[in-house]
Design a protein around this ligand. Structure first.
Ligand code: NAP
Length: 257
């Protein structure tokens, strides 16, 4: 596919300094989109991304802080004038069994994973409503239900994002704004392998390979290619959908053996 309609479109990707968001930013830019790659703390990595791929601008903002989000979107509006595609990707993972609930950790994760998407969408919408567009929320297969250890509270933030996707599709169709979610499975990024030894990574990887019908794990580029499809007019008749990209996980709680 050539995705010629993306040429010149303005794409805002949150949490794009690393991992899945970085791959999404690069993939959109490869098709000629003007990409604003948001980050919150990984300054060096954000600058490296800007150098790596022409067509990418970087912007620092913590998506869980509405004032910072407002400044970012205002800056995009005054310098570029429009937002065509919004990818709500910024996220964090705090693993905990239910009985070890920690209010502060949960609040932080909720504020980034869910409220971050709410704030960025609220600020971007007035600009998107003028020309229509596409919103892509990066949820997780956890938000649909898997047996992965310690993901109860994380899954709740992603289930909320999935419901937001469906409700927004309902409210925004009249403005020709499509809203879809991607629900990736285990994908190799800092979130899953950061700070682990090579042995631990091998073990983890093989446990997730064994849970996949395809016997493999995901890469950020797998998710990025799907995001580009959802951002382009090739998916013009799709909205309100949640697309799982996890190699066919067999520990999905909703269809357990
Ligand atoms: P990652 O490698 O840990 O990267 C997370 C990204 O989010 C970083 O660029 C980080 O930027 C950014 N971020 C974190 N907090 C932020 C905040 N408050 N404001 C703005 N940006 C913030 O994670 P990843 O694996 O790429 O995950 C990307 C998304 O995919 C997340 O929503 C995650 O839940 C989802 N997901 C991941 C997997 C997986 O297996 N990896 C599976 C399903 C879903 P800074 O470093 O600059 O703070």
């Amino acid at each position: 596919m050539t995705y010629e309609d993306l040429n010149g479109k303005v794409v805002l990707v949150t949490g794009a300094s690393r991992g899945i968001g970085r791959a999404i930013a690069i993939e959109f830019a490869r098709y000629g989109a003007k990409v604003v790659a948001n980050y919150s703390s990984s300054e060096e990595k954000a600058m490296e991304l800007k150098r790596a791929q022409p067509g990418i601008e970087v912007f620092k903002a913590d998506v869980s802080k509405r004032e910072e989000v407002k400044k970012m979107v205002n800056a995009i509006a005054s310098s570029i004038g429009r937002v065509d595609v919004l990818v709500n990707n910024a996220g964090m993972l705090w693993l905990s069994p239910f009985e070890e609930f920690d209010e502060q950790q949960f609040e932080r994760m909720w504020n980034v994973n869910f409220m971050g998407a709410v704030y960025v969408t609220l600020e971007a919408l007035p600009h998107m409503k003028k020309n229509g567009g596409s919103i892509i929320n990066i949820a997780s297969n956890a938000g649909i239900g898997t047996a992965a250890y310690g993901t109860t509270f994380y899954a709740i933030t992603k289930a909320a994002l999935i419901m937001l996707t469906k409700r927004l599709a309902f409210e925004l169709g009249r403005y020709k704004i499509r809203v879809n979610a991607i629900a990736p499975g285990w994908t190799e990024t800092d979130m899953t392998i950061g700070g682990r030894s090579p042995e631990e990574i091998m073990q983890l990887e093989s446990s997730f390979r064994n849970r996949s019908e395809l016997g493999d794990v995901g890469t950020p580029e797998d998710v990025a290619r799907l995001a580009v499809y959802l951002g382009s007019d090739y998916s013009r008749f799709m909205t309100g959908q949640v697309i799982v990209i996890d190699g066919g996980r067999i520990d999905n709680l909703t269809h357990s053996v």
